[in-house]
Design a protein around this ligand. Structure first.
Ligand SMILES: [Zn+2]
Ligand SMILES: [Zn+2]
Length: 771
């Protein structure tokens, strides 16, 4: 193991070092927020708590609960559904461990179910409960890695089953007969990290939980729900929509916290390659890699969060390389981490970081969800993670034993990131955004009702559980032959079970296989596979570069070979939108604002190869991938050509002005709802055949919608004015990735007209203000 010569565990010192790399005048730091330390407030152990549990917890260093833990635990023990929504490392686990374990010890037959969004988190919880050494609880994880023999044992003997919504959906609920005893005795359902259940996935999970409640009731069980959430806007309401029952929220965080220094960092502009070219901003990935290198050299245990799996691999590789230049072998102390790695790889990385063998990790948000890593000094966040909830979750990883911590948000070339590093008030001292999910989405509700019917016929009274839209949905399913109506209810009479994917991604994940060895490198969902694994794509795994030889969608397999090309690949697609119906609209004279149903057709048609060093386009190659059709919900606005003319947008500039406004509007929407720009799509046109006017569409990228467009419509004025401000505030002349260019544009960011976009938005906002 290479030695580190100096140490800088003090984050303020590290920030000072990082800052020292650049002259003060060009400081990339746009803002430093000092988040003060907080002293903790304890509470006595509740009188109902099992002495045995209290003794076990005390033996592991918990002398007394924090106030919020005691409050939430007592509510749950009294049978009130409760959500505890406090910061990272505030000890949310104890809030459910205390009532659950006390009940399991007090009643030797009682059972409990724990759900987490990731296997890693469930494994972590299993370790935590196991080490308490409580007799008779027999906790066990039940997931895709559990062998057949173990499953049988768990069903018979475990009283605390730790699993995930997918396993509940695919395994436990369809096989409920074998779980009858467990369900009858089910006293608690714990839903950890419940803010992860948003959008289409969240809508599906909300129905999986209703199916669980229905089946438990059939066997005589009536569990209390205990939910844990990151701090989130209105957690009681969000939790209540998720489980379909009233929920009480505990939000006052009484745990102590060390001071955090939070810096906002905008990578510097680089001098142009040639005199007449515009300056470009240094990439956030290179910047993060440099900061990570400095942190490791300083001996600071640091975690870098990178949004894409590719990015995480790139940062790990760059950091390893530059560290090896400083001290040969030092690079070995940095690794990449992301979802999709095989279990053994993940465990090895987690152990090495805990032991200190690894000093730094470049991770996707696979780590964001709860994995209990302690002893980190600093967190680098490469690119805004999409929500303030995620930002705080990631930043909260830093700070050992209440010591000082450093968090740095490094802006990517993206309108939202640029807006945020220059508007710190949009981040600090504000509540986090609402978790958006829509259980009434027909593309979720219909399939979920089929699943429920296949588990046990649906009765009229069951339908109340699934919401107001359930009756018309069941009637529709009956008319189409999916369900059959009999006097005793609605039946699923087809062979096999309904094929329903909770992530709405459609189809099995694509396996990435190395041709020469047959080795499985990892998996990627079908939808992303068109963009990431098309034939010819450059694909990175653990810092090793592969090129895709062939993507076979029928067999869901991508064959790759190892190669280190000096170019990267960028997929292109073409998209069309047609209006199916209008749900709501605002008539503002020359401007119209609409919410409605649309059909989007899109196809990945080609990809560009670009030189990694310069970004220069080498060539564009065609692809032969199928068209994908999407029925979804969109928000759109129209502006009359006359109004655009009056605003000074010349007719030839109209397409570019609308296109630029569309890109920036998509970039800013995540400020308003818990989506990210990859959850939504857009289309702009100077004359759309359905609206017969210049139009900008922004749509949910998931069948049936996920609530994002609806939210955008509801807050349209705030959303579009932030968009206008973001474009206007960008220092570039003709548009850049920080304002109106989009990394996912199917037209290669052409045409774009930045000043025109501001005029379009000003016209729309002026008209809406008078409507
Ligand atoms: Zn710009
Ligand atoms: Zn575009």
């Amino acid at each position: 193991m290479a030695r580190v010569t100096s140490t800088a565990h003090n984050p303020a010192e590290l920030l000072h070092r990082l800052r020292a790399r650049v002259p003060a005048a060009d400081s990339p730091i746009t803002h430093v927020e000092q988040i003060p330390a907080r002293t903790g407030k304890t509470a006595p152990w509740p009188s109902w708590a099992s002495p045995e549990v209290i003794t076990a917890l005390a033996a592991h260093g918990i002398a007394q609960p924090w106030q919020h833990q005691a409050t939430a635990a007592s509510l749950a023990a009294a049978g009130t559904h409760v959500v505890v929504a406090t910061g990272t490392a505030s000890g949310k686990s104890l809030a459910y461990q205390l009532p659950v374990l006390s009940t399991l010890l007090g009643d030797p037959r009682a059972t409990a179910l724990y759900l987490s969004p990731t296997k890693a988190l469930a494994a972590d919880q299993l370790r935590a409960v196991t080490k308490l050494g409580l007799d008779g609880v027999r906790p066990a994880t039940y997931d895709g890695d559990t062998s057949r023999e173990e499953r049988e044992w768990i069903r018979q003997h475990s009283r605390l089953v730790l699993t995930n919504p997918d396993m509940l959906h695919h395994g436990m609920l369809p096989g409920h007969a074998r779980w009858g005893t467990f369900l009858r005795r089910l006293r608690y359902v714990v839903i950890d990290e419940c803010h992860a259940y948003r959008g289409v996935f969240g809508s599906h999970v909300s129905h999986v939980l209703r199916r669980l409640r229905r089946l438990a009731a059939r066997y005589g069980g009536s569990p209390t729900f205990v939910l844990a959430s990151a701090t989130s806007g209105d957690p009681a309401d969000a939790a209540s929509r998720l489980i379909g029952l009233p929920v009480t929220a505990v939000t006052e965080d009484a745990s102590p916290r060390g001071a955090t220094t939070f810096a906002l960092w905008e990578p510097p502009l680089l001098p142009p390659e040639e005199p007449d070219l515009p300056p470009v901003r240094r990439s956030a990935l290179s910047e993060t890699s440099d900061l990570l290198t400095d942190a490791v050299v300083a001996g600071t245990r640091t975690l870098a969060f990178i949004r894409s799996r590719r990015g995480a691999e790139v940062v790990a590789t760059m950091t390893r390389r530059s560290l090896d230049e400083v001290v040969p072998g030092l690079g070995d102390r940095v690794a990449a981490y992301r979802a999709g790695y095989l279990k053994e790889d993940r465990r090895h990385i987690e152990r090495s970081l805990l032991s200190g063998e690894l000093l730094a990790l470049a991770s996707t948000n696979a780590l964001e969800l709860g994995v209990d890593l302690v002893g980190l000094d600093a967190v680098l966040i490469c690119g805004y993670p999409g929500t303030r909830a995620s930002l705080w979750q990631q930043a909260g990883r830093a700070g050992r034993d209440g010591g000082e911590a450093l968090a740095v948000l490094i802006a990517r070339d993206d309108p939202l990131d640029t807006y945020l590093v220059h508007h710190p008030s949009a981040l600090f001292g504000r509540p986090v955004e609402m978790t958006v999910l829509d259980p009434a989405n027909p593309y979720v509700l219909g399939p979920q009702l089929c699943c429920a019917a296949s588990e046990a016929p649906l009765t009229s009274s069951d339908l109340q559980l699934f919401g107001e839209a359930a009756l018309p949905a069941v009637e529709g399913l009956t008319a189409s032959g999916a369900l059959r109506k009999r006097p005793s209810g609605w039946y699923w009479t087809h062979p096999g079970r309904p094929d329903v994917d909770l992530r709405g991604a459609g189809g099995a994940p694509v396996s990435v296989v190395e041709s020469s060895t047959g080795r499985l490198l990892g998996t990627i969902d079908q939808t992303s596979s068109h963009v990431m694994l098309h034939t010819g794509a450059v694909y990175l795994h653990q810092g090793v570069t592969y090129v895709v030889d062939n993507l076979d969608l029928d067999d869901a397999i991508a064959l790759v070979h190892h190669e280190e090309p000096d170019w990267s690949t960028h997929a292109r697609d073409v998209t069309d939108v047609s209006v199916l119906g209008i749900r709501s609209h605002v008539d503002a004279g020359p401007v119209g604002l609409f919410l409605g149903d649309v059909e989007v057709t899109s196809q990945v048609v080609s990809y560009q190869r670009r030189r990694i060093a310069t970004g220069e386009v080498i060539d564009t190659r065609p692809l032969d991938l199928p068209v994908r059709e999407l029925r979804t919900v969109a928000v759109w606005f129209t502006v009359s050509p006359q109004a655009l003319d009056r605003a000074g947008v010349e007719p030839p500039d109209v397409p570019g002005a609308l296109h630029a406004a569309e890109h920036a509007a998509i970039g800013l929407l995540p400020l308003m709802a818990t989506c990210d720009r990859w959850d939504i799509g857009g289309l702009s046109t100077a004359n759309h055949m359905d609206t017969e006017a210049p139009t900008v569409f922004v749509y949910d990228g998931h069948p049936g919608g996920a609530g994002f467009a609806e939210r955008a419509y509801a807050v349209a004025e705030a959303w579009l004015s932030a968009t206008m401000e973001a474009i206007g505030a960008c220092a570039c002349e003709a548009g850049c990735p920080a304002c109106v260019q989009s990394p996912k544009c199917g037209n290669g960011n052409n045409p774009l007209h930045k000043p025109g976009a501001v005029q379009v938005l000003r016209t729309v906002l002026a008209a809406l203000a008078t409507a």
